[in-house]
Design a protein around this ligand. Structure first.
Ligand code: NDP
Length: 256
C-alpha cells in the first residue's frame, strides 16, 4: 500500500467531494459532517433530483462553513438517466484545474424499488429502470469521475459505496434491492482489485430514520429500530479520517 493510502489525516484535505443523494437522509447528514473537514479550496458537489432541497442544503452549508473558502455546487440530476450522470461528471470536470489532493466520491443515492415476490418481476423495463439507478449509474458515474481526475501519486482517491446488510443477506421479496446492493459491492471490489491507487469502502449504514425507512414501514409493516442519520454518518467520517480500512472492505455500522 502506498504512503498516500496508508496515511491517516485529521481533515479530508483539499478535496473534490461528491455526494450523490445529498438532498435527504443519510447523504444530507454526511454532507453536513464532511463540510467541516474540508480544507479551503475544496469543492463539494451535492447531487440529487430535488432542486429546492439542494438549494436549502447549499444555504445551510454556506452558513456552516462561513470563512472556510469552500465551493459548494448543487447538481440537479436524475442519476437513472444518461443526462443526469453526464451532468454530474461535467460539473466535476469544471474543477480539474483546481488544486485538489483528494477525490472522495460517495455513491449514496439509491431507491428501495418494488418489494414483491420473485415471480412478479416479469417486466424487463421495470427491472432495467431499477438497475439503471441502483447499479449502472454508480459504475458510469465512478468511471467518469475517475477519467476526469486520473489517480496519480499525491492524489488520494476514495470511493464510498453505500451498501447494506442486504448486499450479503437474502431477504424474501427484496430481490431488486438485495441484487443491486450485491452487484454494487462486487463492482467496487473489482475496482479495488484493479486499481491500487483508489481506495474503496462499502459501508452498510445500519437502519436509519429516513424516507426510505418510511417506505419500508408502509410497504411491509416492519418497524426496525432506527438510528439518526448523523450517528451513522459520524462513524463513516471517523473511518475515512482514520483511513483504517482495507480497500474493497465491507464495514457495517454495527461493527464500528
Ligand atoms: P433516502 O431515500 O432517504 O434518500 C435517497 C437519496 O437519493 C435522496 O437524496 C434522493 O434525492 C436521492 N435519489 C433517489 N433517486 C435518485 C435519482 N434517480 N437520481 C438522483 N438522486 C436520487 O435514502 P437513505 O438516506 O435512507 O439511504 C441512503 C443510502 O443508504 C442508500 O444507498 C440506502 O440504500 C442505504 N441504506 C439505507 C438504510 C436506511 O435504513 N435508511 C439502511 C441501509 C442502507 P431526490 O429524491 O432529491 O432525488
Amino acid at each position: 500500500m502506498s504512503e498516500v493510502l496508508a496515511a491517516s489525516a485529521s481533515t479530508l484535505g483539499q478535496c473534490m467531494c461528491i455526494i450523490t443523494g445529498a438532498s435527504k437522509g443519510f447523504g444530507r447528514a454526511l454532507a453536513h459532517l464532511a463540510s467541516k473537514d474540508l480544507k479551503p479550496g475544496s469543492v463539494l458537489l451535492l447531487v440529487a433530483r430535488s432542486r429546492s432541497l439542494l438549494q436549502e442544503l447549499k444555504e445551510e452549508m454556506h452558513r456552516l462553513t462561513e470563512g472556510q473558502d469552500l465551493i459548494v455546487q448543487c447538481v440537479e440530476a436524475d442519476l437513472s438517466t444518461k443526462e443526469g450522470v453526464k451532468d454530474t461528471v461535467d460539473m466535476a470536470r469544471q474543477y480539474t484545474g483546481n488544486e485538489i489532493d483528494h477525490v472522495l466520491l460517495v455513491n449514496n443515492a439509491a431507491s428501495l424499488g418494488d418489494i414483491s415476490p420473485f415471480e412478479s418481476f416479469t417486466d424487463l423495463d421495470q427491472v432495467n429502470a431499477y438497475l439503471a439507478l441502483n447499479v449502472s449509474s454508480t459504475l458510469v458515474l465512478t468511471a467518469g469521475v475517475l477519467q476526469a481526475f486520473p489517480p496519480r501519486s499525491g492524489l488520494q482517491w476514495r470511493v464510498v459505496n453505500c451498501s447494506s446488510t442486504f448486499a450479503l443477506e437474502a431477504l424474501p421479496s427484496w430481490v431488486l434491492y438485495c441484487s443491486a446492493k450485491a452487484a454494487r459491492e462486487m463492482m467496487f471490489r473489482v475496482l479495488a482489485a484493479e486499481n491500487p491507487n483508489v481506495k474503496v469502502l462499502s459501508y452498510a449504514p445500519g437502519p436509519m430514520d429516513t424516507e426510505m425507512q418510511e417506505t419500508i414501514r408502509r410497504l411491509t409493516g416492519v418497524q426496525y429500530q432506527l438510528n439518526p442519520c448523523k450517528e451513522s454518518a459520524t462513524k463513516l467520517m471517523k473511518v475515512l479520517l482514520n483511513n483504517d480500512f482495507a480497500s474493497g472492505a465491507h464495514l457495517d455500522f454495527f461493527q464500528l
